[in-house]
Design a protein around this ligand. Structure first.
Ligand code: MLC
Ligand code: AMP
Length: 504
């Protein structure tokens, strides 16, 4: 069924529509009545604009209450919701709009000067603005009576497309169905033991899996309630943890909390669950958090294409350095290059099957063939091993990927751009240990003979065309890149040479 229909079944009864859904850090209170009414008005407007089931609605806005309404409105109208990181710049947005061909695009008003020409060139029929204070041409346009209910959708119909970068440098749209999202949300809701009196402190961005599907979908299934922060900021998070029971974050959130001398058990007295994911949680963070607060972080593992795959248990041992057990209904295997399952404690490729796995990539049939095995398992690109007693540990990646503060950066995309710069012979982009972001992006650039490359100038140029989190924090200019006997650039040598660059 339509995912919204599933949420609606869990909303407080119509007579209780004044029940609180969320409260913002600034104290704004939003009831279920407002959620149902405003998402209904937004859905009516989408349909009036001609958005038909399956049409894409692209959204690049800062996190705000209205962006939650817009997500639900897309589900209600049967549209495909396409959230975009608010850090994406001109060339990135141009690519996404050209590839996804949305009927409607909603963006922040501050970006209108560069977005309007792209929309004209791409023939986007309708584009509107929406800002964090809830103003914009989108809310102003939604004057129709609210839609009642929702458009019927089947389990295999698309609900969302989320772009994920690739090892070739080109982003792919992961198509996610109503079944993918509902099955994963129902599973997480159950295995993490959500209770009627839970209060989720939500500080994650809303344009990626973690904030949107793991955090928001599970609390929607729970019938509220959320303390809704527009971004992660340690001080207000520490304040509101005292009124919350569940918190979800990337490892950087936990290291930033631990960096606050006043953070400790007192703020966490009412908490029942801390969840971490999207990037490896260092054993020292896991231990330091337990020592400081008395709480054991529950680490889980997931991907854009699959939602959540494994989780440490709610009851029983949460083992640091592992991502726990396969979720119910998800078949996870660790295999060698010939697809034979390997024994416990042996490293192999992590692959999975389940109702959570995407049906394929948007308009890229050849990628579907590459990313799935002949027997239908999705290849994660992560390397791991099971312990004797079934805990999965992620030990590396077969894909060339850097995860910085929970955001994925594919080196190829940046290398292609750097290689196009005048004076650059070739480049290698790597991830280096970073005390705040876990890994930080750095580039090693070989200059053409006689060329002079300035680090600050290269960074400034990159900032013009890439989201800030992808821009290397350091650029090292060298005469030539180290190569092995096969002529392949030795990134491991570079990672070793520069490993202390960001040491605390
Ligand atoms: C911001 N910057 C980053 C960055 N975030 N650089 C590298 N990596 C990041 N993650 C840039 C800023 O633009 C700025 O650049 C500079 O770094 C300092 O910014 P800041 O003020 O310290 O950053 P802040 O706004 O506090 O953001 C940091 C953060 C944020 C960790 C709070 O990145 C964040 O919320 N990350 C969560 C990502 C997430 O939700 N991932 C889930 C993906 S889903 P300059 O140049 O202006 O100084 C997924 C699947 C799964 O992976 O399993 O969940
Ligand atoms: P994304 O493509 O943004 O969805 O990122 C998915 C990738 O994040 C996975 O393939 C893993 O490499 C990584 N990831 C997610 N959760 C964890 C975790 N708990 N530990 C280590 N890596 C993780």
């Amino acid at each position: 069924m339509n995912l919204y229909g599933l949420f609606e079944q869990r909303f407080p009864h119509a007579a209780d529509s004044s029940t609180l859904f969320l409260e913002t850090a600034a104290g704004r209170q939003v009831s279920f009545g407002e959620l149902i009414d405003t998402s209904g008005r937004y859905a009516a407007q989408l349909i009036a604009l001609g958005v038909a089931p399956g049409d894409r609605v692209a959204v690049q806005v800062d996190k705000c209450v209205e962006s939650v309404f817009l997500y639900l409105a897309c589900l209600r109208a049967g549209a495909v919701y396409l959230p975009l990181n608010s850090a994406y710049r001109e060339s990135e947005i141009d690519y996404f709009l050209g590839d996804a061909e949305p009927t409607v695009f909603v963006h922040a008003s501050r970006d209108a000067a560069w977005i309007d020409p792209i929309c004209r060139a791409r023939g986007i029929a309708h584009h509107f603005t929406l800002d964090t204070n809830g103003d914009g041409t989108w809310p102003a346009a939604c004057t129709l009576a609210p839609m009642q209910g929702y458009v019927a959708r089947g389990d295999d119909d698309l609900a969302c497309i989320l772009y994920t970068s690739g090892t070739t440098g080109r982003s792919k749209g992961a198509m996610l169905t109503h079944r993918n999202l509902s099955s994963n949300a129902l599973t997480l809701h159950k295995v993490w033991g959500f209770r009627a009196d839970d209060v989720l402190l939500h500080a994650l961005p809303l344009f990626h899996v973690h904030g949107l599907f793991v955090a928001l979908n599970t609390i929607l299934l729970n019938g509220g309630k959320m303390l809704f922060h527009e971004r992660f900021d340690a001080a207000p998070v520490m304040r509101d943890l005292q009124r919350a029971t569940v918190f979800m974050g990337v490892p950087t959130y936990y290291t930033r909390l631990l960096a606050e001398p006043s953070f400790g058990a007192a703020q966490c007295a009412g908490m029942r669950l801390f969840v971490s994911g999207s990037a490896p949680l260092l054993p020292e963070t896991f231990e330091a958090f337990r020592e400081r607060t008395g709480h054991t972080i529950l680490e889980r593992y997931g991907m854009t294409e699959t939602g959540m795959i494994t989780s440490n248990p709610l009851e029983g041992e949460r083992r640091g350095g592992t991502v726990g057990f396969p979720l119910p209904g998800v078949d996870v295997r660790v295999v060698d290059d010939q697809l034979n399952r390997v024994a416990p404690n042996q490293i192999g490729h992590i692959q999975l099957k389940g109702p959570n796995v995407l049906p394929g990539y948007w308009r890229l049939p050849e990628k579907n063939a590459e990313e799935f095995t002949a027997d239908g398992y999705f290849k994660t690109g992560d390397m791991g091993m099971f312990s004797e007693d079934g805990y999965l540990a992620i030990v590396g990646r077969s894909k060339d990927l850097v995860i910085s503060g929970g955001y994925n950066v594919y080196p190829k995309e940046i290398e292609l751009l750097l290689d196009s710069f005048e004076g650059v012979e070739e480049s290698a982009v790597i991830g280096l240990p970073h005390p705040d972001f876990g890994e930080a992006v750095a580039a090693v650039v070989a200059a053409k003979p006689g060329a002079r490359l300035e680090e600050s100038a290269v960074i400034a140029t990159l900032k013009g065309s890439l989201a800030n989190f992808k821009v290397p924090k350091r650029i090292f200019v060298v005469k030539e890149l180290p190569r092995n006997a096969m002529g392949k650039v030795q990134k491991n040598v570079l990672r070793d040479t520069y490993k202390s660059t960001f040491a605390a």
